[in-house]
Design a protein around this ligand. Structure first.
Ligand code: NAP
Ligand code: SF4
Length: 665
């Protein structure tokens, strides 16, 4: 396989072509965070990453992404970084520091930019850098690179994409300067080139420099393709060893890494630059399997592939895939526990691998001191997680599932358009159940009597849909989301969805999905890259249903969806003509008409089908009986509480339960 073929990147000889891409974890700013980061990166180096790039570290205070955000500006910080480089080198890995100046994206009042133009996604306006300020910033980049070398890094990556400072200098939309750093493209790219030149002069030849170049800005007045080519060639001439691909500014209203982006869906962009430079090109975005990386390399899209989130999901993705890719815990592109956490100022971890960033808390090598007979009831995400972790800790585990297949709510989630990655999570769990020798009892409803022989019972019996009761809600037209997603009922043309949570939105997506719609067309991405920024008129698919979503509360409809993905779901449905209604009081559903008040005004609208997505209630029918028998029982996931339940909480509680029942060493 090409993935496992060694490659030379400047002074570095890499054993394979997979780069663990930069990802901020929040540990960079946490107490004792560098110790945790050392463990985090060491696991990934051991797992086979050809080269690792750290999360972005600023070369000065103004460039930090938030107040107190990580920067490398003095000798005192070198010791912290050495913890990381030592740990990675001990595992035979290689690691580069990413230098990132946020420019106008830095979320604090001291931010700066090429011009004082505020970003739509930041409430703080940047101050325009003076010419002296630009030169000082160039110097600070090179000082940061020198410190990185002192800390033992094998090289650096200069973040020149995603709309950060260097990218802001490159395009006229954000650079209105009249000095030698603005105006012509030659002037606009001067900042980037001076940074590289000054770094190369200071660090010498035996230190790798990667530049992350925005090859598709996805914003108006972005770079043109010819400018991108000129910059790439100039970077090569100035001593850059490899070019990584950047796709989309953070303010772009086009999804670039969410689940609905096809795997490797932007590799065509890097491919367009192949041959223009002699140094290795790295492609990126929505690669989550080594097979997809292999395909991109084999079809000549790039020389290397970068993946970031898949290394959170499974630190050993590279090594495991060499032997058996079924063993890989695959990133599903949900963003729920990684990017959403970062935006909430929490430590990034992973929905399918809550151990990520907490390697010390639940060590992989831990084994239970006392082996128990454990029964897990329910094979949804919580039950599956508890099962495989308890079995890995050494317990003898039996999993009870009343249905014919494992998966619980995941079986519905995987049927939602754009969420088929859930199949991978189920494939992984299935593999682990077999690998760990778990006894799986499908089509078996656990009863008190069948559980009395076990030392420990973990109840993961999940949730029941909440009932919706108004006059007429027992009509045949009123159905549950479960029946809709399982295809048990015919859904009419005009549909009302009661409840605007994650499931209400999922059902709306399910009903309005257009099979013929293509990602690039739907979102208006110009594959020919003929226009600046790579934008063209979007062509949303056509829906076969007229859909209206209702909620009783006041807030934004869909406002509680994921921080980094909610906007995509809201925009997608808006583009399909879905109507959203808030401040609703339901009155009746009679003779095919829903009567309700919206902000006090009464409406009576005809609907063929009403789909109830009004949340869930906890379902734990065995709990009291088992406790009465004096059994040791732990409830997790929906069986514990339906409030704020999602797959992330469920999987984490499964892991926690397994460790809770297992004093370990
Ligand atoms: P949810 O997020 O709690 O939403 C329930 C919806 O039902 C709310 O819009 C609520 O709005 C409404 N509702 C509550 N009680 C009602 C009642 N008695 N009558 C009528 N409407 C009522 O629950 P969910 O949509 O079932 O999702 C369950 C969990 O899975 C959530 O944690 C969710 O985040 C997660 N999930 C996430 C995604 C994702 O994309 N990230 C996808 C699917 C599921 P009002 O009270 O304002 O009417
Ligand atoms: Fe991937 Fe979701 Fe895990 Fe993030 S939280 S690494 S997107 S599976």
């Amino acid at each position: 396989m090409l993935v496992y073929k060694p490659i030379t990147l400047g002074p570095l000889k890499l054993s394979n072509r997979i780069l663990m891409g930069s990802m901020h974890t929040g540990l960079e700013e946490a107490n004792d965070g560098f110790k945790a980061l050392a463990k985090f990166y060491a696991e990934r180096a051991k797992g086979g990453a050809g080269l690792i790039v750290t999360g972005g570290i600023s070369p000065n205070r103004r460039g930090a992404l938030k107040p107190g955000g990580a920067r490398l500006t003095s000798r005192r910080q070198v010791k912290d970084h050495s913890l990381i480089t030592d740990a990675v080198h001990k595992e035979g890995g290689k690691i580069c520091l990413q230098i990132l100046h946020g420019g106008r994206y830095s979320y604090h009042p001291f931010n700066v930019g090429p011009s004082n133009i505020k970003a739509a996604i930041n409430r703080f306006s940047p101050r325009s850098l003076s010419t002296r300020g630009v030169r000082k910033t160039v110097r600070q980049y090179s000082e940061c690179a020198v410190l990185a070398k002192e800390a033992g890094y094998d090289g650096i990556e200069i973040m020149g994409s995603e709309g950060y400072l260097i990218n802001q200098f490159l395009v006229t939309a954000t650079n209105k300067r009249t000095d030698t750093y603005g105006g012509s493209f030659e002037n606009r790219m001067r900042f980037a080139l001076e940074i590289i030149q000054s770094i190369r002069e200071k660090v010498g030849k035996d230190f790798a420099i990667i530049f992350r170049l925005s090859m598709l800005d996805l914003v108006n007045d972005g770079s043109s393709w010819s400018e991108i080519e000129i910059l790439a060639k100039s970077l090569e001439n100035h001593g850059v060893d490899a070019i990584n691909t950047g796709i989309g500014w953070h303010e772009a209203r086009i999804p670039t890494i969410a689940t609905l982006v096809p795997r490797g869906g932007f590799a065509f962009v890097t491919q367009k630059l192949m041959g223009s430079v002699q140094i290795p090109l790295i492609t990126t975005n929505r690669f989550n399997t080594i097979e997809a990386c292999e395909e991109a390399l084999a079809s000549g899209c790039a020389d290397m592939v970068s993946m970031a989130r898949p290394f959170l999901a499974d630190p050993e993705i590279v090594n495991k895939s060499k032997v058996n890719s079924n063993a890989v815990n695959t990133c599903i592109g949900c963003n729920q526990a990684c990017l959403d956490h970062i935006f909430k100022n929490k430590i990034a971890t992973c929905l399918v691998n809550p151990r990520a960033s907490h390697e010390d808390k639940w060590p992989r090598q831990a084994k239970a001191n006392v082996i128990k007979r454990v029964a897990v009831v329910g094979s949804g995400p919580a039950g599956l997680s508890a099962t495989i972790e308890a079995a890995r800790l050494g317990h003898s585990v039996t999993l009870f599932e009343s249905n014919a297949e494992i998966g619980g709510q995941f079986n519905m989630a995987k049927s939602i358009p754009g969420k088929d990655e859930f199949n991978e999570t189920l494939r992984y769990f299935d593999f682990k159940l077999k690998q760990l020798g778990v006894q799986v009892k499908l089509n078996t409803r656990a009863e008190i009597a069948s559980l009395t022989d076990y030392d420990q019972i973990i109840l993961a019996t999940g949730v029941k849909p909440r009932k919706w009761t108004i006059p007429g809600s027992d009509s045949k037209e009123v159905v549950s989301y479960i029946d809709v997603l399982k295809g048990n009922v015919a859904v009419g043309k005009r549909v009302a969805i009661i409840g605007a949570g994650g499931i209400g939105f999922d059902v709306a997506e399910f009903l309005t999905h257009d099979e013929t719609s293509q990602f690039l067309e739907e979102w208006g991405i110009d594959e020919t890259l003929a226009e600046r920024g790579g934008l063209k008129e979007p062509m949303p698919g056509q829906s076969n249903h007229h859909v209206e979503i209702f909620q009783r509360s006041e807030g934004k409809v869909g406002g509680k969806l994921g921080k980094t993905t909610g906007w995509i779901h809201r925009l997608q449905l808006k583009n399909k003509g879905v109507i959203t209604r808030k401040c609703v009081e339901y009155q009746s559903f009679e003779q095919g008409h829903l009567t309700f008040k919206e902000s006090g005004i009464e409406h009576r609208i005809a609907f063929d089908t009403v789909v109830v997505c009004a949340g869930q209630t906890s379902y734990a029918p065995l709990l009291d009986g088992l406790r009465a028998k004096g059994k040791s029982v732990i409830s997790i996931g929906g069986a514990l509480s339906a409030s704020k339940l999602d797959a992330q909480r469920a999987i984490k509680e499964g892991l926690e339960a397994a460790y809770e029942i297992s004093p370990w060493s």
